[in-house]
Ligand binder design. Structure first.
Ligand SMILES: O=C(O)C1=C[C@@H](OP(=O)(O)O)[C@@H](O)[C@H](O)C1
Ligand SMILES: C=C(OP(=O)(O)O)C(=O)O
Length: 418
């Protein structure tokens, strides 16, 4: 039977021990594409158990089973997996075969026109099967490259750029990708380039243009670091617990993941980090911070964690860099506003800045959180069980998208879940 809600509490309000996080979803999904194009030379260590990664792996298998067969259309459904959708669009466009690439109802509302336009400029045959600008896509894979030059807007999603860069070295003329306008989520782009470099694929980045020549991967092993976005929920729990000392194995001080920014951010919420042999220790400390404005342009997936944590700590902070949140798994701004309101907190939009107003913060008799098919809604609100006594999370299985063991790990840390 599907569990449609769970009740959550933490009587002891202290956390102690070790939490083994799964591998980074972002690194894993890049590694899978690099491996698929790497001619058997790329090994992957510590692949994520995230549903989005499993989905991408299965899709790549389905595509390799069909390669070269243009008589049959292979239907690939990525469900809610955004990076899988974007990376596969570019991958299938260069892979012989006929494909219909589709996803969840929400995926059909997440824009992809910027990527499709760029691929079309290169010469690819990618068409909209339903609505212009959105999945599903009908892809006739394999094409004669028309040009190596594309201009791509950077402010909507960095995933379009990563998708193109991941396939660039397999294009007969390579790729000169000119980024137009502001670039959002920059660390994800540098993660792509760094992982390509680990596989021996070189690039040049001059002014606004990134160039990758045709080249093949070198034999390599890509070792996936644990997921820093997943770690962020443990930081929030440490901030909200009465006492906390947790060890997160295998996280490193120098990470490819921009969400390692949680280390600095959480110093302002009373969480101290120390890198030890074999991992990261996080501990509760006292807060001394006058910082009032936090920017999430480079780490949008941390926004929900930090905003919910700030709300519970009654901190009237302001936030910028949230412009991409409306086109992710759900409209995350609206979802946050609705759920924060259930305990009296308002998140108010003021142009590009959002202000948290906590003067109405109260402990409701029962706090029932809706999750909007968004894993990060469930995981960002779960730490509130350390603060509110009667809490319920609806549709808890959403966490599987990036962190399938989330609820199991919470139980191991003394949360009572029924
Ligand atoms: O490339 C990636 O792995 C990701 C990039 C980010 O998206 P945007 O570039 O759309 O902000 C991030 O929010 C997403 O969870 C993963
Ligand atoms: C936005 C996210 O994922 P995606 O875009 O890959 O669906 C996320 O994991 O928060």
């Amino acid at each position: 039977m599907e569990i449609s809600a769970l009740k959550l509490s933490h009587p002891a309000k202290s956390l102690n021990g070790t939490v083994r996080l799964t591998g980074s979803k972002s690194e894993s999904n890049r590694a899978l594409i690099i491996q698929a194009l790497g001619g058997g030379k790329v090994r992957i260590e510590n692949l994520s158990s995230a549903a989005d990664t499993v989905t991408l792996q299965q899709a790549l298998r389905a595509a390799s089973g069909q390669r070269g067969d243009s008589t049959q259309q292979t239907v690939i459904d990525v469900g809610p997996a955004g990076t899988a959708m974007r990376f596969l669009t570019a991958y299938l466009a260069i892979t012989d075969g006929r494909y219909l690439l589709t996803g969840s109802d929400r995926m059909k509302q997440r824009p992809i026109g910027i990527l499709v336009d760029a691929l079309t400029t290169l010469g690819a045959d990618v068409r909209y099967a339903e609505t212009a600008g959105y999945p599903p896509l009908a892809i006739q894979g394999g094409f004669t490259q028309q040009t190596a030059h594309v201009r791509v807007q950077g402010h909507v999603s960095s995933q379009y750029l990563s998708a193109l860069l991941l396939v660039a070295s397999s294009l007969p003329q390579g790729l000169n990708l000119q980024i137009e306008g502001e670039l959002t989520s920059r660390p994800y782009l540098t993660m792509t380039l760094n992982m390509l470099a680990e596989a021996g694929i070189q690039h040049r980045w001059e002014a606004e243009t990134i160039s990758i020549m045709p080249q093949t991967a070198s034999p390599c092993q890509l070792t996936i670091e644990p997921d820093w976005s997943a770690a962020s929920y443990w930081y929030a729990m440490v901030a909200l617990a009465n006492e906390a000392n947790l060890f997160l194995p295998n996280l490193k001080s120098s990470s490819l993941q921009g969400d390692a920014a949680i280390v600095e951010i959480m110093t302002h919420f009373g969480v101290a980090s120390s890198f030890e042999d074999g991992g990261l220790r996080i501990q509760k400390t006292t807060v001394h911070s006058a910082k009032k404005l936090f920017d999430f342009k480079e780490c949008p997936d941390l926004a929900q964690t930090v905003i919910v944590c700030a709300a519970a700590l009654k901190r009237d902070l302001s936030f910028t860099g949230l412009h991409t949140l409306k086109i992710k798994e759900t409209d995350r701004i609206a979802a946050l506003q609705n759920e924060l309101a259930k305990f009296g907190v308002r998140l108010v939009e003021d142009g590009a800045v959002y202000h948290l107003h906590t003067e109405g913060l109260h402990s409701p008799e029962q706090l029932i959180i809706d999750t909007y098919e968004d894993h990060r809604m469930a995981m960002a609100f779960a730490p509130l069980a350390l603060v509110f006594s009667n809490m319920q999370i609806n549709e808890p299985r959403v966490v599987e998208k990036s962190y399938p063991d989330f609820w199991k790990h919470l139980k191991q840390q003394g949360f009572v879940i029924s």
